[in-house]
Unconditional design. Structure first.
Lengths: 107, 124
């Protein structure tokens, strides 16, 4: 199975900040990488697919980049509703595997 | 509206069984790969298993941690899928989500629709 390593595991930021989360798979996955947002008590929600494509309805302040073994999720101008946990997930192989999550908290 | 609604969770003793249900609306389940994903309290997301679509003969695949204990099935007449969980262990305690695994582009798949989850607690 492909192991997904996310960093940091948590971060504190203020409204308006630029936030960057990193995801590194244990082997190259081309751009088969998705990002999800999960708020407390809710199901995950797809934000970005294929490393850099924005899912319909997701604000443009979210962006993704990367390929191979190095990926980044960036939130440009953090909003109050963005405080949540973010997960990366690879779709290169079965089983699909997730990173450990990054909790974005209010500073 | 496209949605998934799970039910059937509860408190069960170690070694016990449950049948989780996932009812779909707004789309036809038989056209899609459907997965189960779980999340232990305060932990991350773990893939449990998959049932492929009708074109691919509804074949199933499971995580090593549940293989032989969990079984995914479907009922096309009710547009639903199920997760039979047997021989439960305390480490199976989690929220169980059903999710649609869909090709978003020609080559990329993602979980684009999730249910709200159903809690399974395994404790004596």
């Amino acid at each position: 199975d492909i192991q997904m390593t996310q960093s940091p595991s948590s971060l504190s930021a203020s409204v308006g900040d630029r936030v960057t989360i990193t995801c590194r798979p244990s082997q190259s996955i081309s751009t088969y990488l998705n990002w999800y947002q999960q708020k407390p008590g809710k199901a995950p929600n797809l934000l970005i697919y294929a490393a850099s494509s924005l899912q319909s309805g997701v604000p443009s302040r979210f962006s993704g980049s990367g390929s191979g073994t190095d990926f980044t999720l960036t939130i440009s101008g953090l909003q109050p509703e963005d405080f949540a946990t973010y997960y990366c997930q690879q779709s290169h192989n079965t089983p699909p595997t997730f990173g450990g999550g990054t909790k974005v908290e209010i500073k | 509206e496209v949605q998934l609604v799970e039910s059937g969770g509860g408190l069960v003793q170690p070694g016990g069984s449950l049948r989780l249900s996932c009812a779909a609306s707004g789309f036809t389940v038989s056209d899609h790969y459907m997965d189960w994903v779980r999340q232990a309290p305060g932990k991350g997301l773990e893939w449990v298993g998959r049932t492929r679509n009708k074109v691919n003969s509804y074949t199933t695949e499971y995580a090593a941690s549940v293989k032989g204990r969990f079984t995914i099935s479907r009922d096309d007449s009710n547009n639903s899928l199920y997760l039979q969980v047997n021989s439960l262990k305390t480490e199976d305690t989690a929220v169980y989500y059903c999710a649609r695994w869909r090709p978003i582009t020609g080559t990329t798949n993602a979980f684009d629709i999730w249910g709200q989850g159903t809690m399974v607690s395994v404790s004596s």
